[in-house]
Design a protein around this ligand. Structure first.
Ligand code: MG
Length: 288
């Protein structure tokens, strides 16, 4: 069932989304050579606790998972695309890290992800991350009343395919708000004009993830959670929680308030990508 949120409920999801943005900013700031993924998870737990929020990831156990999820963020390195469990792996220069985070605040849930490299990105990684960010931007731009879910899928998929990347339809975007995964499902490729029509009050997580090798195959690791590329190539994943409104799409997981895809304080909305180390503190999680 697809639930439509009231303006007040969307504001509540935005409050949770600000916490998510803070978690991602912290993870990005902490990620450096020698740092373990568990240390990133600990830093994320502190941000959630300080905000009075909890994690919708922790102890989550969907049907496909043999064990409840043990952490508050997903940390997927290199050929891991999604759902990487933070462990004692120490980040190395050149690693491509995707961090996915959620927050529950006052009963409302938001969900977002960023991808970046540890240190300066290799050219291939920069292009992969930037293409995922472009796809997210295209998907958000398609999130307007009267359009259909297929228009979002098509917009995301076209950008990924133009980049030559593999796209799995097994895992994609989803409704979000009262819980982490609600209807509708939003595949990362599809045909325009198909699926449910978008109406104001629909809140969805749009989350392109692309595989550099160009193959669409992926597999679940022995840990029961981590999704890896079938060909061993690298993957990038970016995500925002977005509300459909009469004024256009509103990103709810940005640190700064955005409306119609444009930040109100005269700054373009940014949705993902790599960046220089020196700019790290000043920029939005997911900024390019
Ligand atoms: Mg999600």
């Amino acid at each position: 069932m697809v639930e439509i949120k009231t303006p007040g409920e969307i504001e509540a999801i935005r409050a949770a989304g600000k916490v998510v943005a803070g978690v991602l900013a912290t993870a990005r700031a902490c990620a450096a050579p020698g740092v373990t993924l568990t240390e990133l998870d600990s830093a994320a737990r502190e941000v959630l606790a300080n905000a009075g929020a909890t994690s919708p990831f922790l102890h989550y156990k969907p049907k496909f998972a043999p064990v409840p999820y043990p952490a508050v963020i997903c940390t997927s390195v290199n050929d891991a695309a999604l759902h990487g469990i933070p462990g004692d792996y120490r980040l190395e220069p050149g690693d491509l890290l995707s961090v996915d985070a959620g927050a529950t605040l006052d009963g409302w849930v938001a969900d977002a992800a960023i991808s970046f490299t540890i240190g300066p990105p290799a050219a291939d990684d920069a292009r992969l991350i930037e293409t995922a960010a472009d796809a997210l931007r295209a998907g958000i731009a398609a999130t307007v009343p009267g359009a259909r879910i297929g228009d979002i899928s098509a917009a995301v998929g076209l950008v990924g395919r133009a980049g030559g990347y593999g796209i799995s339809t097994d895992l994609g975007g989803h409704g979000v708000g009262r819980s982490m995964h609600e209807d509708p499902h939003i595949p990362n490729r599809g045909k325009p004009g198909r699926g449910m029509r978008l109406v104001p009050g629909l809140v969805i997580a749009i989350e392109p993830w692309f595989m550099a090798g160009g193959n669409d195959d992926c597999y679940q690791d022995d840990d029961g959670w981590t999704i890896r590329t079938g060909d061993g190539s690298r993957a990038a994943h970016v995500e925002h929680t977005v509300a459909v409104t009469g004024d256009g799409p509103v990103i709810l997981t940005a640190l700064r308030r955005t409306q119609g895809g444009v930040v109100r304080r005269g700054r373009p909305a940014a949705v993902g990508g790599s960046q220089r180390e020196s700019e790290r503190e000043q920029r939005e999680p997911g900024d390019r």
